[in-house]
Design a protein around this ligand. Structure first.
Ligand code: SF4
Length: 303
């Protein structure tokens, strides 16, 4: 079993990424990954990540947080325990002369479009969501396909709770605004649950701000200008379900009446402010897959 470190260095919304194109017989060939490498004798995870960062980038990491352990299992290589770090501060000058590949600053929005291991996207997502220290086991087949994953939050008594991102203050609604719950409610929820903010419409690839949309009688989703955005809403629902499965969340707190998140009643498709019985696309998808959905009007069930 080998031990390694990996660190994502973030600055102004960009990540320092290494395009692995220089080493021979590299299992990561052509993949984009963070900074790090193998342990040397007598090294702790911190010793290793600080040394590797200096060797690969010339930087001294100064604001480092240890975020989790990722176990890689594959028939192609020895099982690896990778100690995952996130860094938001450093000193020194970036050296581009890395023996393992080409270094580049990549914006957070573009990260997931790079050639990357499927499992790397999972733990990058977890870093973005600021979840507690975790153990993530990733099992790959011989062709490099991710077969399964198992996520545990270490020493955590709190259950994960999916929450509509706009309820946490994220400006992701169609009008570019949010609908935050009162701070004392968010604090009480965070004491009891690991909050996993998700916005189905953003995850479905829709921009913010965007033209509002409503569900029609035939379950298509049409924008106010008539464009059909059903596919984006379905993709967003699938992505939220993926988060539920990744984090083990059995419960979701979603925004009432939204065509994605609403539960029990939603806008009736006429853009007139009238309501009708029904669930949003994501709320229905989660319910059909065994996730219990509440809206912010049912908080007493959660607190
Ligand atoms: S999709 Fe859900 S989380 Fe996103 S803005 Fe609409 S109600 Fe909020």
């Amino acid at each position: 079993m080998k031990n390694t470190t990996l660190c994502y260095i973030e600055q102004n919304g960009e990540y320092l990424m290494l395009h692995r194109v220089k080493k021979k017989n590299d299992e990561n060939h052509d993949k984009w990954i963070g900074i790090g490498g193998h342990f040397e004798d007598y090294e702790s995870p911190y010793d290793c990540v600080l040394r590797e960062a200096k060797e690969e980038t010339g930087l001294d990491l100064t604001a480092l947080s240890y975020r989790g352990i990722v176990s890689f299992c594959s028939p192609n290589f020895e099982t690896e325990q990778m100690h995952l770090f996130f860094c938001t501060g450093f000193s020194g000058t970036l050296s581009r002369d890395c023996a393992e590949g080409d270094l580049a600053w990549i914006s957070r929005e573009k990260l997931f479009s790079l050639p990357m291991w499927e499992g790397d996207k999972l733990f990058l997502d977890l870093l973005h969501k600021n979840v507690p220290f975790f153990s993530l086991k990733l099992v790959y087949d011989a062709d490099g396909n991710l077969l399964s994953h198992d996520l545990r939050f270490s020493g955590e008594a709190r259950e994960p709770l999916l929450i509509s991102a706009c309820l946490t203050g994220s400006p992701c609604r169609y009008d570019g605004k949010s609908k935050p719950l009162p701070e004392e409610i968010l604090d009480a929820l965070a004491k009891k649950y690991i909050l996993i903010p998700v916005c189905a419409e953003i995850l479905g690839g829709l921009p913010t701000p965007r033209i509002p949309a409503e569900i029609q009688n035939d379950r298509t989703v049409l924008r106010r200008d008539g464009a059909d955005v059903t596919a984006a809403y379905a993709t967003g629902a699938d992505e939220v379900l993926r988060y539920a499965r990744l984090t083990g969340a059995k419960t979701a707190l979603l925004k009432a009446r939204s065509p994605s998140c609403g539960k029990g009643n939603i806008y009736d498709g006429t853009f007139s402010g009238n309501l009708t019985d029904g669930d949003g696309i994501t709320a229905r998808c989660l319910s059909e897959n065994g996730i219990t959905v509440y809206t912010e009007e049912e908080l007493s069930w959660l607190l």
